[in-house]
Design a protein around this ligand. Structure first.
Ligand SMILES: Nc1ncnc2c1ncn2[C@@H]1O[C@H](COP(=O)(O)OP(=O)(O)O)[C@@H](O)[C@H]1O
Ligand SMILES: [Mg+2]
Length: 325
């Protein structure tokens, strides 16, 4: 099979592990920087160009950085139009990048979440602070990653000044109930094709409440309860992601989802658990994408893109009413 990894750098741990796992299984792999792809969107037969050549893959693995979501998802969408199987669809990537939108979708499907509020007008601040249970509370940038843009406000005064500062910057934020019983720890479940293939527990560094490994957190392998596993699987399904890193907090009322990542890093989870997550992802592709040997022959007769049988065989994510494309 010909597999394209859309990544800005071949040397990144996740990218090189995915390449290695695919090559070990006898696939042709190419790493291409999505920002160096270009497309002619007006022609009838959609194609993606890179360095003057046309890219032809049976499947792609998008590894789109948070700051490159707009262009990156446009490239993924073009591959989708060509019928190429993708581990993460463009809409699911966009959806996962917006914390508020993700929370709205997850809550509609009854997935456990911390109480979360959102308001625009300063006049409504009191009401929203109240609705999330008052301080201490969490304030989050809608598009933050790696723990940046997540603040714990211990008092009302602190909350007001943080909210005021974000507002000055015209940043969109949400307020969230602080789950103190999580004690600075969270769970990361790696969901591949509707299965949790690996899970770890992460602990915040001393004096820190954010357990992100990028913030100096530590980690250990963990066995999830059936409820935690099911919550992670449901969250990935609601988001429409075949591959997802689901972050959960252990609370008094059960597992609560705080985030669903569409490009989960593999280094932390693989080194912590010893699971070959990259291999699981390649296996997922093998089970869902179709390598069409006749592609060349049919395309010369027929200007339309070869139908990718994988797309019809693939379990489609539940229809999401918030999107109408
Ligand atoms: N509501 C909350 N209660 C307690 N801790 C939280 C809450 N939300 C986030 N955290 C902590 O902050 C970390 C980062 O938050 P998260 O929403 O995952 O943002 P990011 O996208 O920056 O990783 C989490 O891993 C968790 O340890
Ligand atoms: Mg996170």
């Amino acid at each position: 099979m010909k597999i394209g990894i859309l990544s800005s750098k071949a040397s990144l741990y996740s990218t090189s592990r995915l390449r290695q796992a695919a090559e070990e299984r006898g696939h042709d792999v190419e790493v291409v920087n999505p920002l160096q792809c270009y497309m002619n969107i007006s022609v009838k037969r959609p194609k993606v160009m890179h360095r003057g050549g046309e890219l032809s893959f049976d499947a792609i693995i998008p590894r789109i950085g948070a700051s490159k979501t707009f262009y990156g998802t446009a490239v993924v969408r073009q591959f989708e139009m060509m019928g190429v199987f993708t581990v993460a669809e463009s809409q699911a990537i966009s959806r996962s990048r917006d914390k508020l939108r993700s929370m709205q979708l997850l809550s509609r499907e009854g997935v456990g979440l911390p109480v979360t509020g959102f308001a625009r007008s300063p006049k409504d601040l009191d009401g929203v602070i109240q609705s999330v249970g008052g301080p201490p509370l969490i304030i989050k940038l809608l598009e933050g990653t790696q723990g940046m843009g997540v603040v714990l406000a211990e008092t009302r005064k602190a909350a007001e000044s943080v909210i005021g500062a974000f507002r000055q910057l015209d940043a969109n934020i949400l307020l969230q109930e602080y789950i103190k019983e999580a004690k600075g720890s969270d769970l990361r479940a790696l969901v591949v094709g509707g299965r949790v293939v690996a899970a770890m527990e992460r602990h915040a560094a001393p004096g820190e409440f954010r357990s992100n490994l990028h913030r100096g957190g530590t980690s250990n392998p963990v066995t999830l309860s059936a409820k935690e596993r099911n919550t992670a699987i449901r969250a990935a399904r609601v988001m429409g992601l075949g591959l997802a890193g689901v972050d959960l907090l252990r609370s008094e009322r059960g597992p609560l989802v705080i985030e669903v990542n569409s490009s989960p890093g593999l280094q932390g989870i693989e080194t912590t658990t010893g699971v070959d997550v990259a291999g699981e992802i390649i296996e997922y592709i093998e089970n869902h994408a179709t390598h069409d040997d006749d592609q060349q022959a049919t395309s010369s007769d027929d200007p339309r893109p070869p139908r990718n049988r994988a797309r019809s065989r693939k379990a489609r994510p539940a229809s999401l009413g918030d999107e109408s494309e």
